[in-house]
Design a protein around this ligand. Sequence first.
Ligand SMILES: Nc1ncnc2c1ncn2[C@@H]1O[C@H](COP(=O)(O)OP(=O)(O)O)[C@@H](O)[C@H]1O
Ligand SMILES: [Mg+2]
Length: 332
Amino acid sequence: MIVKSIKLVNFRNHKEYYLECNDETSLILGKNGCGKTSVLEAIYILMRGKSFRAVDSEILKRGQDYYRIELLFYNGDKIIATFDGKTKYFTILDKKTKRLPNKNKYPVILFIPSDLNLISHSPGRRREYFDRVFGQLDNKYTSILNKYEKAIKQRNELLKAESLSKEQLFSWNVLLSNYGVELYHYRTNCIDQFNQRITNLYRSIAENDDNIFINYKTESPPSSEEYLKKLEQSFEKDSYLGHTTFGIHRDDYIFEFNGQPADGSASRGETRSIILAVKFIEAELIHEQTNKKPLILLDDVFSELDETRRKCLIKNFKDHQVIITSVESIND
Ligand SMILES: Nc1ncnc2c1ncn2[C@@H]1O[C@H](COP(=O)(O)OP(=O)(O)O)[C@@H](O)[C@H]1O
Ligand SMILES: [Mg+2]
């Protein structure tokens, strides 16, 4: 799917905005605060179903009562999203839906400046990052994750109650152990695939012989019976603290550089090469597993990269549609 144009009404600072895209590379140039990231955000919503940075009430242009965004593809398909201040609707072929149907989602590789800090971010930010990646490889991942998160919320509410018996948690524990183990297997498998490629890709970018490894840190056992046992064992601690202390919601992904945590041992340049490698692997895996070439959105990352890494980025994504935002013009 190749994006032909995007139209925004009352979206962030844009009263009305229209952009025609090139089928290869498009560049959105403009001063800070002129609304470049917002254009990518609108495209992202129409391809993935929701924003990568905010909820709709924050996105709606201040003082307005609705926003409307419209994405037209080169094959003639069109997706519209309308937010009336309360609810968002997607319209596809005159059919309205509250959520973007999975079959209408299209993979997107988003690259924003804060991704360059992925290695030193909090575990929560890293989980969010990889959750988004794995969800694009398989929609089922996201649907299990949503169920897991709902169940955690319910269990935590019970844990805050005055008097609680172990038995009251049983059904939630069973649900959590089933979803938890399924997610554990997804994560293990996906990170394995990253690890099979990351060192070679990194070396091709950085032109050296360092070793890169993503260490998936989890307390999860591989079976749901053991998972259930661990949840039950944490009952006293959990009811004392009022939340669930065991489970895959506490997982982390530690980047290793030559066997050491990369956070602290890899230089700024090396870190940037690792992140580029991660992005390239995302695109490769998505293409291999979904047969779709993801759209590449590069938000203001060129100014953060040196000439060699910029060239590498362009070269690796040359077969994809790429939309770039930048404050300065780019001469490549
Ligand atoms: N809901 C909103 N209504 C009106 N303006 C907004 C809203 N949300 C953000 N803005 C403003 O929109 C501008 C564009 O933001 P952004 O797309 O991040 O710009 P850029 O990426 O070009 O720096 C910012 O100045 C921001 O203050
Ligand atoms: Mg921006």
